[in-house]
Design a protein around this ligand. Sequence first.
Ligand SMILES: [Zn+2]
Length: 433
Amino acid sequence: MRCILLLLDGLGDRSHSILGGKTPLQAAHTPNLNQITALGMTGLFHPHLQGTALPSELAHFLMFGYRMEEFPGRGAVEALGEGLDIRPGDVALLARIFSVAQEPEGLVLRHENPALERQDCRLLQEAVRSFTRHGIEGEFLPTQGIGGILRLRGEVSNFVSDSNPITEGRPLLEVLPLRAQTDDLRTQYTAQFLNDYLRWCYRTLSQHPLNGQRRQQGLPAINAVGTQRAGMLGALPSFTDKWGLKGLMIAAGALYQGIGQVVGMATRRVKDTDDPSGDLRQRLEMAYQATDYDFIHVHTKVADEAGHSGDPLRKQRAIEAIDSALGYAIDSMVANDDILFIVTADHSTAASGTMIHTGETVPLVMTGKYIRRDAVETFDEISCAAGGLSLVRGQELMYLILNFLDRGKLWGLMDSADDQPFTPGTSTPLRLD
Ligand SMILES: [Zn+2]
């Protein structure tokens, strides 16, 4: 028996007056999601604590049963997913070039996400590519558009604060050692390095000929670098060692490839096209055919992206597109006693307010041979609260999956040297000689 988990990124939302007080999921016509729900057990899910707004990569990491303090940081996850040369001991920060204005309070962020031709991006990023100081080598490695990874190599620490204020109108921030590491020399040098680098970037980019041309055209100069979410790869138990399940991640974005690699899952990278329903159907078919794996994570980002647009109607339509791909899942997976099929999300992405993600719970449904059926027949953030699973948190999800795969161990039994939660363990037969 294997588990296929369909992750509808950013599915949860808030009530909207334009939808008559409903969430986009409540307002959407979702006959397939509802049919799955009628056949399964439902609940609400939050990867951490209700109310906390999590980024996707951390939400996924917690869903896979890892602890918050084990998280290597988004910079490291993304660098891995982008296939960059990132080694244990390197620090990787998300970095981007953008536009600031020198004002009395500092270098005030004017355009955090400026439109820029690819060629111009590369020219400016190349100008700030390499910087060495305090024995630390910094390199700006471009990824998508204005973004990249700033990789630090040497005696470095990832316990530093962000410089990118994200919100336009706020000044670029001084990088500080995190409070608990204030006295750590390695962390102090890393913070100093980053502040020196950011000052050098501002001076270098301000004088760049391309910015001279932009000023002449009345365009804002792209004259600064902002960094955030420093990370460092560490030693982690693999998903298979932890849960006894061979894992596969099917997703489009580099970030998800990265999180799959961090936990030692196999990854398959697929593409997002302008047909989200067709994309999802293709991923579900791929998952169904991947019979070598015990746990298959199928990811789609369309609900999250629609939530970020701030348009509840767009999100409603995105959810309806998702639903239209699920007839295939009903026929091939829900009807199959050898598959535990799960639908949920990593977090809410509200199409209202100013938060990037929001901290509300998301709905969860599980169907399979060993699942109780509850009375809930509608898949949404409110109806599923009446379900048989009640509130499931990130640390519980993998235990539930082992249980419904009929592979959970009776606690206290020791069929291997590790107290693993699954059975059978990596047992060693007794030899007679
Ligand atoms: Zn997400």
